[in-house]
Design a binder for this molecule. Structure first.
Ligand code: AMP
Length: 566
């Protein structure tokens, strides 16, 4: 029954305390039957496991239309109310209540029906899509109680606001089905990391046998979250984190590619789990030709280079290849990439996650035939000598790369974790990955286009403003990302407009460089970037990985000192 789920959402949102939320969810899980297990996806605001690319993706405009249709309220009135309350879910709740009071009709809404309709949304394509979507949503809203309407709308627009994360569910599973301990939590987490699917883990956990969880294994073809790196600013600190000797690798300025292969089938995923196999046919060919093995999962960075000069290019130069679905051959010729393999997660039926990095490196060397400018094992040295790291670092920068990675030789691979045994070191004027949360229309020749963009970093679940950028964006698209292109990308996510200013749903992630960070009362983060410059769109990065407030504060602390990286 969807009613029960809506009540669970409500109960969770009524307490800010994590432990309380865990208690509530764990009670719910105890009584959740296997036939209803897909409800777990809804609990996180999804309709499929995280690795699945299909998302609900409904705009605020469409949600407003659906509320209007289902409750017989004018859209103008809904928009007005939304501006007052700031929560479209609450608006839906209010108007559903009005309607119910006048009609007294009620239907029972089941979670199966909700999932059924929501799952049809991403499948729709072509003419009449908008209307079909509208009627699927309206059908649900018409049967919904006020509380159900509230959470249906929040689910549709991707803003559940109940404070439940994957880790809440992990802890709830632990307390529902096992004796709670750190070890149990770790085992559940590992099973989640490997399967990337809470429902799979729930099914096993329900049986109450922790040993069974250990049997969950990686599956070729099912995307797995990439391991993330922490940052240091000196080689000394790097060694402190990862120990001596360690592996030092080029930090390539490209984009992450996780490569799956089974027999003749190759699938390529970005770090936000997007399938980009079609966009990189030459990479598929390299994998099949130059890497031995029946099945494997590899972690790598694809980097662009200039065919004539053989010089590496920056990420911006090749970023269009990630999204482009047509003229692929032409783009492939113009913007070739080299794949740099730096890790292996699975090989010939066996997980490599718990093997030490040293061993994984050996395996990569054994199975790959290096073909520079096609596919190679990432440039690496093993050393405990700061001087050598410094030389290697300089070489990487000279080669147009971003810096170096330092890696602990004994460490396992931890999918989706930001770990201290993989460290990145980049020059001081570094990129921040920020999300656009607002913008302003320009004047003169930029009339009609958004020309200045408000950037925000992440603090817990909120986004805090740190500055405005306009520099680095071009007038014409031949020169790079243009105002026109960026405006088009942003428009579907506009939430509010006031004069020339717009508020934007945090969706579009960009890389920027800056000269300095200052304390500032002008932005709600308390910080402002001086002279930010747009460098790239980051369609490959998920929102969860943008720069955090803490990182900005760290950068501020470090900028006063003169770092020599040694
Ligand atoms: P950042 O994006 O600044 O957090 O840095 C981490 C990213 O560096 C990873 O997600 C990879 O895409 C990239 N990278 C480039 N070279 C390497 C390497 N040798 N090992 C690991 N990650 C690398």
């Amino acid at each position: 029954m969807y009613k029960k789920l809506a009540e669970l959402y409500e109960e969770c949102s009524s307490t800010p305390k994590r432990l309380e939320k865990i208690k509530i969810v764990s009670k719910f899980l105890k009584y959740l039957s296997s036939t209803d297990k897909d409800v777990l996806y809804l609990l996180l605001g999804n309709i499929y496991p995280e690795y699945d690319e299909r998302r609900i993706g409904i705009s605020h405009q469409l949600a407003i239309k659906a509320i209007s249709k289902a409750t017989g309220t004018e859209t103008k009135k809904i928009i007005h109310e939304w501006k007052m309350i700031g929560d479209l879910g609450k608006v839906a709740e209010k108007f559903t209540l009005h309607k119910k009071q006048s009609t007294l009709q009620s239907h029972i809404l089941t979670t199966e029906k909700v999932l059924e309709n929501l799952r049809k949304l991403p499948e729709l394509e072509g003419i009449g899509t908008v209307n079909k979507k509208l009627s699927l949503i309206t059908e649900l809203l018409t049967s919904a109680s006020p509380l159900e309407a509230l959470y249906l709308i929040r689910t549709l627009i991707g803003d559940l606001r109940i404070g439940i994360q994957e880790s809440t569910i992990r802890e709830s599973l632990a307390s529902a089905f096992f004796e709670k301990s750190k070890e149990t939590s770790e085992k559940i987490q590992k099973a989640i990391d490997k399967s990337n699917d809470l429902v799979t883990v729930f099914d096993i956990a329900k049986k109450g046998k922790i040993k069974e969880l250990e049997k969950v294994s990686l599956e070729v073809g099912k995307p797995i979250k990439a391991m993330l790196a922490q940052k240091v600013t000196t080689f000394k600190d790097g060694f402190k984190e990862v120990g001596k000797p360690c592996a030092v690798e080029y930090k390539y300025d490209g984009f992450r590619l996780i490569i799956h292969k089974q027999g003749e089938k190759v699938i390529l995923f970005t770090r936000s789990l997007e399938n980009v196999t079609k966009q990189f046919p030459e990479v598929v060919e390299y994998i099949l030709k130059y890497i031995q093995g029946e099945s494997f999962i590899l972690d790598s960075e694809a980097v662009g280079f200039d065919r004539k000069t053989k010089k590496y290019t920056d990420f911006q130069a090749i970023s269009q290849r990630i999204r482009r679905k047509y003229n692929i051959e032409e783009l492939q010729k113009k913007l070739p990439v080299e794949v740099n393999i730096f890790d292996i997660l699975y090989y010939n039926g066996k997980s490599q996650l718990d093997e030490p990095f040293e061993k994984r490196t050996e395996l990569i060397k054994k199975i790959i035939k290096n073909h520079p400018y096609k596919i190679i094992h990432a440039k690496q040295i093993i050393t405990g000598d700061e001087k050598r790291v410094k030389e290697f670092y300089k070489k990487a920068l000279k080669d147009n790369q971003e810096g170096v990675m330092m890696k602990n030789l004994q460490s396992p691979y931890r999918p989706g974790r930001r770990v201290g045994n993989m460290i990145k070191l980049k020059p001081e004027e570094r990129d921040l990955d920020l999300v656009i949360t607002g913008a302003e229309y320009g004047a003169g020749k930029r009339h009609g286009w958004l020309s200045s963009f408000i950037l925000s970093c992440k603090e817990g679940k909120s986004y805090l403003e740190v500055g405005k950028v306009g520099t680095g964006i071009k007038e014409k698209s031949e020169q790079g990302i243009s105002f026109e292109e960026l405006t088009k990308k942003i428009k579907p996510f506009i939430i509010k407009e006031k004069g020339k200013k717009v508020e934007v749903k945090p969706k579009i992630i960009v890389s920027v460089t800056y000269q300095e960070i200052q304390k500032s009362p002008n932005y709600n983060s308390g910080w402002a970037l001086r002279f930010p410059r747009f460098t790239a769109l980051r369609p490959d990065k998920p929102l969860s990985e943008i720069t955090t407030l803490k990182e900005i504060e760290e950068d501020f602390k470090h900028q006063k000192r003169n770092y020599q990286y040694g």
